[in-house]
Design a protein around this ligand. Structure first.
Ligand SMILES: *Cc1c(COP(=O)(O)O)cnc(C)c1O
Length: 482
């Protein structure tokens, strides 16, 4: 992978694409942004997109499609059963992962639903590098328990550990000995570990996990939703993989797994999901749930157009000149914020730039959701929509006790090929202003709190009038600017 070097100046990330379709953006004045935030219950998920300037909520389903993806959508073969589109996608997945069987599902969590229903039993224990929100909910709904066996470094906000998503092998073995292998249906490894800042694991770590799984007769399942960034980091940071192609690294990972699943809203830049395995007995166990919950076996709840886009998107993910686009823009944004003293997760991971809210607003107690409050403040100050990834994203245990999250992060996702460098710099500039005025930011409290996945549609209110004071200061500093 040859990076393009600049002769002068900084090593700026360079877009390896040009823009051919555009969408007009809308930036409403700060007073209206405060009102919109209030109407959305201070939950960025509940904002209307028309009120959002730069939507950095997620990369899910909003990565920019390529001309070839759009063209492929026109060729989709629409039929309930046996469409050519399905067989084209199946062939592409087989080519990339080397897996014989492909079960389609409408998105990533649907794969988790099926896998959990089949393999998770009452009191099952599922070790993993780190949980993801929907994964944990599906496992607990089926009576299982998530046990995270991350390395100690995983939760250090600032670090130079290249693979904070690694599993701690010693902790994994201890857990298996303590719980007994019979209660552990599978170990789950999440590529580009989402909730700790898009952090990768190494191929070497995966090999070691596989060895432990073999020793105890436990399956290894890969959540490959954020595989693209993890692949890039392995190639960049893992000495033994430097001379491997992205496709070779992918195959080496896939060969270690019993089951691979992913959200094609992320991997493949389309909208869908896939469960892949080379083992017929595993495919047989899961297959009958696909028509029951998703749709017939040759579409699984996806539109054939999205399936065509996914096949092309998977191929493009393997492109050595494109795979750096996400991580390099994220690294640039993180470095610019760091230069201005703003605490961010390092090393920068995939998916987005992660601001450390406990460092940014260290005067807000965790019970008042510092990351949620900061996400609301960033929207008010800039029109940029980020996502809380902290205590709000946890759910209460069976006794109603609220677990405090290990980290309080605001994630500013950079969907691939969507934002330009000047838009990234605008976000950096407004966040810098907010950092200088951080003492004005106050906490939040729930006024409506759903029991499951409360972060999606729970509503909160500021603990006092801090948002009015923030807007007043904005007007003093920015005049009549938006
Ligand atoms: C997004 C995501 C999922 C869920 O996928 P959806 O398509 O949103 O249902 C699962 N695991 C990881 C790591 C993800 O990032």
């Amino acid at each position: 992978m040859s990076q393009i070097k600049f002769f002068q100046g900084d090593n700026l990330p360079l877009e390896m694409h040009k823009v051919r379709i555009v969408q007009k953006l809308n930036l409403i004045p700060v007073e209206q942004r405060m009102k919109a935030m209030s109407e959305a219950g201070n939950n960025t998920f509940l904002l209307h997109n028309r009120d959002v300037f730069l939507d950095m909520l997620t990369d899910s389903g909003v990565n920019a499609m390529s001309d070839r993806q759009l063209a492929a959508m026109m060729e989709a073969d629409d039929s309930y059963a046996g469409s050519e589109t399905f067989f084209r996608l199946e062939a592409k997945i087989r080519e990339i992962f080397g897996t014989e069987f492909f079960l389609p599902a409408h998105q990533g969590r649907a794969c988790e639903h099926i896998i959990s229903k089949v393999f998770v039993k009452q009191d099952s224990v599922i070790p993993m590098n780190y949980h993801f929100t929907t994964t944990k909910s599906h496992i607990t709904l089926n009576g299982g328990r998530v046990e995270e066996v991350y390395i100690d470094e995983a939760l250090n906000i600032t670090s130079n550990h290249p693979f904070k998503g690694n599993i701690d092998i010693r902790k994994l073995v201890e857990l298996i000995k303590k719980e007994g292998a019979d209660d552990i249906p599978f170990v789950r490894m999440e590529a580009g570990t989402n909730l700790i800042g898009g952090q990768p694991f190494s191929l070497e770590n995966m090999r070691q996990v596989r060895k432990v799984c073999d020793e105890y007769g436990i399956m290894l399942i890969l959540d490959a939703s954020l595989l693209a960034d993890n692949l890039y980091f392995i190639k960049q940071r893992e000495k033994d993989c430097r001379n491997m192609s992205i496709r070779e690294i992918t195959r080496a990972m896939a060969d270690l797994c019993d089951i691979i699943y992913f959200s094609a809203r992320k991997l493949g830049c389309a909208r869908g999901g896939a469960i892949c395995t080379d083992k017929s007995e595993l495919a047989d166990k899961m297959r009958e749930l696909v028509p029951l919950y998703e749709g017939f076996l040759t579409y699984g709840g996806m539109s054939v157009r999205e399936m065509e886009a996914m096949a092309v998107g998977l191929k493009e993910t393997m492109d050595e000149e494109m795979i750096n686009q996400g991580p390099e823009f994220i690294a640039c944004m993180a470095e610019e914020l760091q230069k201005r003293g703003i605490p961010v997760v390092t090393p920068p991971g995939g998916l987005g730039c992660h601001i450390d809210a406990m460092g940014f607003v260290d005067h807000i107690p965790q019970t008042q959701y510092p990351a949620g409050a900061l996400a609301a403040a960033i929207y008010i100050a800039s029109g940029v929509r980020g996502m809380e990834r902290g205590t709000m994203s946890e759910q209460r245990d069976e006794n109603g006790v609220e677990p405090l999250s290990n980290m309080e992060l605001v994630r500013l996702a950079l969907p691939r090929r969507v934002f330009t460098l000047s838009q990234v710099m605008y976000a950096v500039d407004r966040i810098t202003w907010l950092y200088e005025n951080r003492k004005l930011i106050g906490g939040l409290k729930f006024i409506e709190e759903p029991r499951v996945l409360r972060f999606f549609f729970g509503r909160l209110a500021p603990t006092n009038d801090w948002q009015d004071r923030l807007v007043k200061k904005f007007r003093e500093d920015f005049g009549d600017s938006l």
